[in-house]
Design a protein around this ligand. Structure first.
Ligand code: DQA
Length: 146
């Protein structure tokens, strides 16, 4: 049986993790998170690919491509969470589980972060666990895909 494939998408400024507001987002860099996801994916029997972009259209393109290639999607749309109808619409085309992840608890922060354009269409949402949230999401995804 071939391994199921999961794509992890990181939105704008997440390439700066480790340097960016470490009190909120933690000290772990994106490369380390992606390496951990790859390793954990192997243990769970999943192939994990990661993608980061600071550009809304590039994220939309990637989600559209993902529909053909991946059985599950984990996404932290970062600031686009709060603004992007285009990312929401692209996610609606993805007919497999989608888990929305945030490092911080967006509901404990400024009011403009309380609205997520994707929360009501995601299969599940997870936030406030720092980078562990990505690993929790991958474990949950493995169960969903069994
Ligand atoms: C974030 C929360 C967003 O409000 C913010 O714009 C981000 C990161 C998080 O992971 O906590 O860039 O998605």
């Amino acid at each position: 049986m071939s391994s199921k494939k999961v794509l992890v998408i990181h939105g704008p400024n997440l390439n700066m993790l480790g340097k960016r507001e470490p009190g909120i987002y933690g000290k772990t860099g994106l490369n380390d998170i992606n390496k951990d996801l790859l390793r954990l994916g192997k243990k769970l029997g999943l192939v994990v690919d990661s993608f980061q972009s600071n550009h809304e259209g590039a994220i939309v393109d990637k989600i559209q491509e993902a529909s053909q290639k991946y059985e599950g999607l984990i996404i932290n749309p970062a600031a686009y969470t709060h603004t992007s109808i285009a990312i929401r619409d692209a996610l609606l085309l993805f007919k497999a589980p989608v888990i929305e992840v945030h490092l911080s608890n967006i509901y404990k922060r400024e009011p403009f972060r309380h609205k997520s354009m994707v929360a009501d269409i995601a299969t599940a949402t997870l936030g406030g666990f720092g980078h562990y949230g990505y690993y929790m999401a991958l474990e949950a995804m493995a169960r969903m895909l069994k």
